[in-house]
Design a protein around this ligand. Structure first.
Ligand code: ATP
Length: 248
């Protein structure tokens, strides 16, 4: 794919007898938001952790902006970032300290200005001197997203970014991420169990089941193509009867 920020080829992860990811291939374009969907245990987090370089694939290839992460890990991952509810920032640091320290770790040139811009963008300025651990879960999510944008990533991995947010905050976050992708700054791989959100945000979805991609396409037309009224119905069918969908 010519303007892919991410391309994964025949990615596989095996733990003993468990095949967590079973030969998946996909790409994410520069200003695209791609949804990675699938029931619990389908292999979404394992896939994301391999792309982040946290887990080593059993086999397969991951290329970020043309750079193979197995060969040039630092160069490939320098333009990547992620946010996930299960990876909160150090709770004993204040909001501003967290952004500053991560900014320094990432080698952001204008850390102070970048921190201020992100505090404003995610409405965190009023919390700057508060310990991160004392923030509400929605505020922590906003901080994780601010941290994820510090290095102006070209590939953003978001694992259920709106899981703990109220509907108004979730909408704001979706707006911020859509803006990020629309500006052409990067591509986004987004996991979510909220099909309404997926339809609103993602241009393309990948349905994962038992570590394999069963379906791929536009979340607005995919349900009809498979005889389902909604994305949620299609999701439930994929989760319950993956084999019948594979045959159809
Ligand atoms: P969820 O929606 O519940 O977060 P997921 O799609 O992210 O699920 P993964 O966490 O990627 O799923 O797990 C895929 C499979 O791999 C599951 O069957 C899980 O039990 C298994 N698995 C994940 N990590 C390990 C591990 N370290 N050792 C053994 N099995 C593992």
């Amino acid at each position: 794919m010519p303007d892919s920020v991410l391309s994964a080829t025949d990615l596989r992860k095996i733990y003993g007898d468990t095949v967590a990811v079973d030969g998946v291939s996909f790409h994410v374009g520069r200003n695209e938001i791609v949804g990675l969907l699938g029931p619990n245990g389908a292999g979404k987090t394992t896939t994301i952790n391999m792309i982040l370089g946290v887990l080593e694939p059993t086999s397969g290839r991951i290329v970020i902006e043309g750079v193979d992460i197995a060969a040039h890990r630092l160069a490939a991952l320098g333009g990547t970032n992620f946010a996930a509810v299960y990876a909160p920032l150090p709770g004993n640091l204040t909001v501003a300290q967290n952004l500053r320290i991560f900014g320094l770790i990432y080698g952001v040139r204008d850390v102070a200005a970048r921190t201020e811009a992100l505090l404003d963008q995610f409405e965190l300025a009023g919390f700057r001197n508060m310990k991160s651990g004392a923030l509400s879960s929605g505020e922590q999510t906003r901080l994780s997203l601010a941290k994820a944008l510090l290095n102006r990533p070209h590939l953003l991995l978001l694992d259920e970014p709106t899981a703990s947010l109220d509907p108004a905050s979730a909408r704001d976050i979706r707006g911020s991420i859509r803006e990020f992708a629309a500006r052409g700054e990067g591509g986004v791989l987004w996991t979510s169990h909220n099909m309404y959100e997926v339809e609103e945000v993602c241009q393309r979805v990948l349905f994962l089941s038992h570590g394999r991609i069963l379906l791929e396409g536009d979340p607005r037309s995919l349900p009809r193509e498979h005889g389902k009224a909604t994305l949620e119905e299609l999701f439930i069918a994929v989760a319950r009867e993956p084999l019948s969908l594979e045959r159809s």
